[in-house]
Every structure is written in structure tokens, then in C-alpha cells.
Design a protein around this ligand. Structure first.
Ligand SMILES: [Zn+2]
Length: 489
């Protein structure tokens, strides 16, 4: 897996261009102008580049996309990738250009003639994010990643700019690895161990075991995992980079390492995807990793509930009533609506213990959010306009889609229980809203809070702009930016 830290930045030296093997990338602006590297390449290839950039195909090419010249005359290289990119590209254009190069690279060595492009570090980030591969379980034809070199005017300055982006890429990769990992590998024990290993990065990591959770009264969370042989856990990760004593910002994640649905068993088709039902906890872990790697100046606590939802003789039954840590009772109508049972206790515990200045939870919570928003946007629910808008701004800047959905009292009628304080499903209509209404009952009114339903964006079956099919790591970049822009001293 190439990460920006492994991408080398070198000073532009063009004398060996003709002998360079692999692929060579060059940027041409919207008017067909190229810098020194491009001009040199153009003359070596007897103006092949110019011929291409003067063509209709290049004129119609979207900004950030590329066309390859295969086996170009005059070069030892296999291909020249001619990328259409303005002199001062936007962040998203630059990342898209990098992602395009990752697709074109196809395991070859790649030399990028970036000259003095001000967004070279963003191009490198796009290249790294799209170049990610999850192949640790493949024993056969693994494609060795080719070497990536950037030739730039000022390599030291660029290496410095790329350092925080390497921290972002590593956080995203951590989330993707966790989310892609199958459930027989990423058990609750294994997940907790991977988080505990982050103590090496300076994070405080604390693991609460079932006996601790029972003592705290987290019966709603424990009900989810009681049919599984894997122990239920809560892991608390703290990063204290801010002022001592300042209230932390809290991130809370749903970490169902596998969701069979429990006694309300899911149908067989597609059940294998439920290995990604820990995606929310995966994002929290990725953000914490990024914050530690870039030594964020914020106090942030990440709390995840790790549990497996299985049917067995000890599993929770539909109709069971449990008492949450807060004290409210829940009638469990459907054991497949387990995410909210988990979050109810983990949200309450987080507020009770840390008194956070704000709190965001992430969960692959409802299929209904896919019906509403598809794979383009996460559902965002909030009790606080300021925090909500701060998050939307950060998400937009990072190109991670999020759309605000309503919270409102009248929906509460749908989760009224005959025998307990509430029930855990609200029926077919407004399914993601009733889930959010349920969660809000476990959020104190004076805590600014957002709930992100990421069931549609955490894991996708087709490639996206910056990720191959599978886990996307959606949210790591937006949350990192939210914290950098609003919660650092
Ligand atoms: Zn479920």
C-alpha cells in the first residue's frame, strides 16, 4: 500500500527522462500549456504530447482526467499519462488527478513531473487513496505496487506539506483495513487489540470488559452480544493534545463486528456484507490515528462499542425488555435493530464520564438511509445547527457527501412501546429518522450532537473517485478537518 510518506519527492532532473521506465505523468493546463518537464517530454516524443493536447479528445476531457500515450516514440517508458489540470487546481481537482494516476499506474513505476504545481501534495494524496489495496488474504497473483516518484521544484517544501496528508491517508487506510477485514479475523478481541496497539502513537487506550459494562449497567449494549462467543467490549481512546482540563470533543462508533440480525435473522443473500457493520467504530479509530500521527492540538475522546450479534440459546429474544445505563427501558421488537441498543449505552457512558463539549456518533445504522440517500451522502441528524453546519462545511471541503435529515417530536409516536419506555423499531416509514429519534433520547439536551448514519457510504460495491470497491473510509477526512478547523487551541 503506497502512502504519501513512501512517495518520494525529488528535485526536477530531466536529463534521464528518455531512459526512464514505467510510466511518466505530465500535467497540461486547460489552454494546452505545459511546464519545463512537459516541454522536454514533448520534444523527446517528437511532439506527441502536443498532438494529443491539440486534439478534440483532449478538449472534451474533464479537468483532472488523463489520456495515455502508449509506447511513445523516443522514450523507454511504457506510457506517458497526459493529465488535464489547471495551474492552480482546486483540492478536489488535484485529488481526482492523483486518483486517475493511481488507476493508470497499474503496478508500474510512476514518475510524476509535477514541476511547481502548488497542489502536488494533494495530487499525491489522491494517488495514495485510490492506490489502496486490501490484499492481505490473497496468496496468489499480488500486484507489487510500483515505485512513485514526484519530480518537483522544491522537494523539501512539498515533503513538509505532504506530512499531515500522510497522517490522513494512514487514518483512512486504518479504517478501510478494519472495515474490509472478515469477521473471523476481526473479532471483538482482535479489534480491541488493534486499538490498544495505538498506544505506541501516544493515545491512551482503555478496554472495558463485560464485567465492567455490567457494573456500569450497560444492559442495552450487553443484550446485543449475549448470543455470541466473542466478548462484548467498549474501547476508549483518548488524545490529549489540547489544553489540560478543557472538555474533550467526543466521537462514538458502532462496532458490530458481524451482524446476523440475531434471532430476527437476516436473509442469506448479502449477509456477508455485515462484516462491515463495525464501520462507524472503524471511522472513529481512523480519526484517532490521524490525530495522533499529526499531533493534533485538540482533546478528543473516541469511544467504540465492540460486539457480535449472533443467534444462539443465550441470544436476546424479540419481546425482551432491557434497562439501559441511563435507566430508560427498551422493548426489543427486532434483534436486527441492534445498533441503536449499543449506541444508547455508549453515548450515555461517554457523556456521563467525559462531559464532552460536543459529540458525533457514526454508525452503519439503517437500510432506510440507503433508500433515502443511496451511496452519495451519509444521513446527518443533529440537535445543534452550529455543529451541524461545521460538519457539513468540513465534509464538503473533503468531498465527503452528507445531507441533513430531520429530527422532530412527532416521530416519537412511532417508537412508543406498550410495556416499556420505548421500542427499538419504528416500522417501515421514516426508518432512519425513528432510529435517530431513539438515539436522541440518550443525548443530553445541552450536548451539541450529530448522528451520522453511514450505512450507504462506509462500504460500496463499485469503485468511487478516491477508493476502490469495498471500505471507503468515508468520514475520516471530514472529521479530521472538523477538529482541525474548530476544536484545536
Ligand atoms: Zn442489525
Amino acid at each position: 500500500m503506497p502512502i504519501p510518506a513512501e512517495i518520494q519527492f525529488r528535485e526536477t532532473a530531466l536529463d534521464q527522462l528518455a531512459e526512464t521506465r514505467g510510466k511518466i505523468a505530465v500535467f497540461v493546463d486547460l489552454d494546452g500549456r505545459m511546464d519545463q518537464g512537459g516541454r522536454k517530454l514533448n520534444s523527446l516524443t517528437r511532439k506527441s504530447v502536443e498532438k494529443l493536447t491539440g486534439s478534440d479528445a483532449f478538449e472534451k476531457l474533464p479537468v483532472g482526467d488523463l489520456i495515455q500515450i502508449s509506447y511513445p516514440v523516443g522514450l523507454a517508458a511504457e506510457a506517458v499519462c497526459v493529465v488535464k489540470l489547471g495551474r492552480r487546481p482546486s483540492v478536489s481537482e488535484a485529488r481526482r488527478a492523483g486518483a486517475g494516476l493511481a488507476r493508470a499506474q497499474a503496478g508500474q513505476d510512476l514518475l510524476v513531473l509535477a514541476g511547481s504545481n502548488p497542489r502536488a501534495a494533494e495530487i499525491a494524496l489522491g494517488l495514495a487513496l485510490r492506490g489502496y489495496q486490501f490484499d492481505s488474504h490473497k496468496t496468489g497473483e499480488k500486484t507489487a505496487p510500483g515505485k512513485i516518484r514526484f519530480m518537483v521544484a522544491e522537494p523539501e517544501i512539498l515533503a513538509k506539506a505532504a506530512a499531515p496528508m500522510a497522517a490522513v491517508a494512514e487514518g483512512v487506510f486504518f479504517t478501510r483495513d478494519l472495515t474490509n477485514e472478515p469477521a473471523n479475523v476481526l473479532t471483538t478481541d482482535d479489534f480491541a487489540a488493534r486499538l490498544a496497539a495505538m498506544q505506541d502513537l501516544g493515545l491512551d487506550v482503555e478496554i472495558l470488559e463485560e464485567a465492567d459494562l455490567a457494573r456500569l449497567g450497560m444492559r442495552s449494549l450487553l443484550a446485543v452480544g449475549q448470543g455470541s462467543d466473542s466478548p462484548t467490549k467498549v474501547v476508549v481512546m483518548s488524545w490529549n493534545g489540547g489544553k489540560k482540563g478543557d472538555a474533550p470533543f467526543a466521537l462514538v462508533g458502532k462496532g458490530v463486528v458481524f451482524d446476523t440480525g440475531g434471532i430476527s435473522l437476516k436473509q442469506a443473500a448479502g449477509m456477508e456484507e455485515m462484516t462491515a457493520d463495525m464501520g462507524g467504530a472503524g471511522v472513529v479509530a481512523g480519526v484517532m490515528r490521524t490525530l495522533a500521527l499529526r499531533k493534533s492540538k485538540a482533546n478528543v475522546v473516541g469511544v467504540v462499542g465492540l460486539v457480535e450479534n449472533m443467534p444462539s440459546g443465550s441470544a436476546t429474544r424479540p419481546g425482551d425488555v432491557v434497562r439501559s445505563m441511563k435507566g430508560d427501558t427498551v422493548e426489543i421488537i427486532n434483534t436486527d435493530a441492534e445498533g441503536r441498543l449499543l449506541l444508547a449505552d455508549v453515548l450515555w457512558y461517554t457523556q456521563d464520564r467525559f462531559k464532552p463539549c460536543g459529540m458525533i456518533n457514526l454508525a452503519t445504522l439503517t437500510g432506510a438511509i440507503l433508500v433515502a440517500l443511496g451511496h452519495e451522502n451519509a444521513g446527518l441528524f443533529s440537535n445543534n445547527d452550529q455543529l451541524c453546519n461545521q460538519f457539513l462545511k468540513a465534509a464538503e471541503a473533503e468531498g465527503e457527501g452528507a445531507w441533513r435529515m430531520p429530527l422532530a417530536k412527532p416521530y416519537d409516536a412511532l417508537i412508543k412501546s406498550r410495556i416499556a419506555d420505548m421500542k427499538n423499531v419504528g416500522g417501515r416509514y421514516a426508518g432512519s429518522i425513528t432510529a435517530a429519534q431513539f438515539l436522541q433520547r440518550f443525548v443530553k439536551d445541552d450536548v451539541p450532537w450529530c448522528h451520522l448514519d453511514i450505512a450507504g457510504v462506509a462500504n460500496v460495491s463499485a469503485d468511487t473517485a478516491l477508493a476502490p470497491a469495498g471500505a471507503t473510509g468515508w468520514g475520516v477526512m471530514a472529521l479530521n478537518r472538523l477538529i482541525a478547523d474548530n476544536f484545536e487551541g
